[in-house]
Every structure is written in C-alpha cells, then in structure tokens.
Design a protein around this ligand. Structure first.
Ligand code: AMP
Length: 396
C-alpha cells in the first residue's frame, strides 16, 4: 500500500481501488463529446476504452475500442459491459443511479454512485451544499408542483429550475414580475422544482478539481465563463478576477470535492457576486465544457487528469501554458436556409489563425443549440486571446 501516500482527506468513504495500469480497459458511460475526448486521452496513455451509450453510433464510440448500445436501465447489459472493464466512469450525469448499484460487486465506479445521486438532482445538490455549509444561492424547494410559495419565500427576481434533468438552462425560467409567476406556475405545475434568487453577478467562474483514488487532489486554475442564452459561449483562462477571489473559488471547490468524496473530476460552477462573494451554482462530477481550454492551454488536460485520477496514477501538473480562450461551436454556426443546413462554417478562418486550434466532435447533424465542437485561441495575454477569439467567432 506504499503507493497510496495521502489518505488524510478521506473522511467519509473508503478507497480500495488498486492502480489500474495502462493496457487495461476503462469503461465510459455516455458517448457524447466528453466521452470522446476522454477516450482520446485514455488511449494516448495506452488504455483501452469501451463506451456504453443508449443511442449509437455516438461521438465517443467512433474512436473507442468497443461501443455498446443499450438502455441505462438494462442491468444485464450494464453487468456484461462491466465484466470487460477494470474501472467505470461516466461523462454524463443524467444516468439513473439505481442500476449502477449492480456494478459495485464487479468493478470500481468513479465517481461513486452516491456522488452521482446527489449531483444529478438540483434539489438534492442544493440541500447537500446547505447541510454542509457551502455558500450557495438562496433558494426554496417547490416539490409538490406548486411554485408560488417558494417564489414568495425567495422574492423576485428569481429563477425556477426543474429538480431533475436540467442542464444548459433547459427546464428553467427567470421570473421578474407577477405575470411571469402566473405563467411559470402553469408551465411547472406538477413538476418538482427549486426556486432560486436571481444573482446580480460580476462574473461566472468554474473550478475543476481532480481527486485520485490515492486522495491526491489538484485544482485547475479558475476559468471565467461567459454564457449566452444559458449555454457556455466563452471560457477565459486566466480568469479576470482578483487573486483573492480566485484563491477562494479554488479552496471552495477543493473542499467540496473532498467532502463529497469524489474520485475523478468535479466541476464546480460559481457566481462571483458584485461584492466579491463566491456562491456555488452547480456541481458536475465529470469533465466539463469549461475545462476544454486545458487540452491546448494547460500542462495536463482535464480528460487526461480524469483518467489519471480514476486509475490511481499520479496527477499531472495544472500550470497554464499560455493564456487561453475557448469558444463553443454550436449548430448555429452552420449556414441555415429555411430551417435546413446550407453550408459549413468557415473552418479555414480558424485553421489559418496563429495559436488557434479547432476541435470537432464528429456529430453528423448540426442543430441549433447543439454543441458541435469548440476552438481555442492562445496569446501572450488574456485580452489579446479574447479579442482574437471574438474576431474568429465572427468570421465562422
Ligand atoms: P444552470 O443550468 O443552473 O447552470 O444555469 C445556466 C446559466 O443561467 C448560468 O450559468 C447563469 O448564467 C444563469 N443563471 C442560472 N441561475 C441563475 C441565478 N440564480 N442568478 C443569475 N443567473 C443565473
């Protein structure tokens, strides 16, 4: 056991996982772009990758050693999948946590099913943050299908979010006046929701923390995130915030990962309020869109770090190589005419630009709002990287 030096932080869970050496098979639940980039990083380190996704062919399956298409509720298929893997992880948190219990006797699952259970539902996640004293946005539960009492408790403006299956602003609505409340009461009637106070933030940031089976923990530098219509548009590293705020955000994220007992990555999305206070918005126990900059801009990518963490390898360095801006490429970037695609984006603009990199996810069909790829731009300073990234986005 001398390979497991740091056991100090493991207060609420046991780590029994042996080191999973290159050459063994990593199972990934979910086959989207996060699974694809994870598979690429795993294969670079010499691992085999099996992907499980309900709908094939999927972006990760295209490069995995094996793709299995079955429902997440299909316990027999999950068990058969697990028998061929040395460790299982996931790239998507809307996986039913209950069937995953069947994997426990067969193979380690990282992050563990309890982490998934807590973070896949906004009500449970917020209740966990509250119970453990982590700063979060003021909220009230509306679990009986009637949002009115929760709105009255929190006050206007506020935002209603469904407790389950929400991401990228899906299943949420901002309420500013009594008319909005009336409309939302009808839309959300019968659904389990949380109602959150609307935060006047100075900026949004995220910190991705890696925690290995050995307990070794490393936080990536804070990313500053700009969302458009609730979907991440730009991630900027290094974030343009005071160093004291950055340290506070990093320490908060590390404390949450340790308290949750995460093995793998935990992305912590936060609001920086106008008074400098850092409030947690959302947790995701997986690689995160706001960490894509790390492939080109960091000493170790978030995907490689996740592989190292779940396999019990030493974690890689997290120093920023160069200031980096990541821009998401949505289906909106294609030329559209009468609701149909009428031409590709201007890839040549990115490919010809200095210190820029294009990443496409191999999705056959562009759709408005669908994440199709991203690009990064590196420069000597953040302002130049951001200006060039903005210019390239316009040229797309
Ligand atoms: P979420 O799906 O909760 O991450 O929300 C998506 C985006 O909506 C966030 O990144 C924010 O830009 C915005 N948003 C969500 N909740 C709030 C809030 N309570 N106050 C202000 N903006 C919010």
């Amino acid at each position: 056991m001398e390979n497991f030096p740091d056991r100090a932080n493991q207060e609420n869970f046991e780590i029994e996982t042996p080191v999973i050496a290159p050459g063994q098979t990593i199972g990934v639940l979910g086959g989207g772009q996060l699974g694809r980039m994870l598979a690429l990083a795993a294969q670079t380190l010499g691992y085999r990758v099996h992907v499980f996704d309900p709908a094939g062919p999927c972006p990760a399956g295209a490069i995995a050693n094996k793709e299995v298409n079955a429902s997440y509720d299909d316990t027999a298929a999950l068990v058969a999948f697990a028998r061929e893997c040395a460790v299982i992880t996931y790239e998507f948190e809307n996986i039913p946590a209950t069937p995953l219990a069947a994997l426990a006797p067969i193979v380690p699952l990282h992050p563990r099913a309890e982490v998934l259970h807590t973070t896949q539902n906004r009500q449970r996640e917020k209740a966990w943050l509250k119970a453990n004293g982590f700063p979060h946005v003021r909220y009230a539960e509306a679990l009986d299908g009637d949002i009115a009492p929760a709105v009255a408790e929190v006050g206007l403006p506020c935002v209603v979010k469904t407790a389950d299956f929400g991401y990228d602003g899906k299943g949420q609505k901002k309420l500013s006046d009594a008319r909005d409340v009336e409309q939302a009461a009808a839309i959300f009637r019968g659904r389990r929701c949380v109602v959150e106070r609307w935060v006047e933030f100075a900026c949004e940031v995220s910190v991705i923390v890696a925690r290995s089976t050995t307990g070794e923990t490393k936080a990536f530098p804070v990313a500053e995130n700009i969302h458009t219509r609730h979907i991440l548009d730009f991630s900027i590293v290094t974030a343009r915030i005071e160093p004291t705020v950055a340290r506070a955000a990093e320490s908060l994220a590390v404390a949450i990962a340790e308290k949750l007992g995460v093995v793998g990555l935990l992305a912590v999305e936060m609001f920086v309020a106008t008074n400098g206070e850092v409030l947690v918005n959302e947790l995701a126990p997986r690689p995160h869109n706001s960490g894509h900059w790390s492939i080109d801009g960091c000493e170790t990518s978030q995907f490689e770090q996740h592989v190292r963490a779940v396999c019990g390898l030493p974690l890689g360095g997290v120093a920023v190589r160069e200031p980096t801006v990541m821009v998401n490429i949505l289906g909106d970037a294609w030329k559209w005419r009468d609701g149909r695609v009428d031409g590709d984006p201007n890839w040549a603009a990115i490919l010809a630009a200095p210190r820029a990199k294009l990443h496409l996810y191999g999705k056959a069909e562009p759709r408005i709002g669908r994440k199709m790829g991203h690009f990064t731009v590196r420069a000597d300073d953040v302002a130049t990287a951001l200006a060039r990234a903005t210019e390239l986005k316009e040229k797309l």
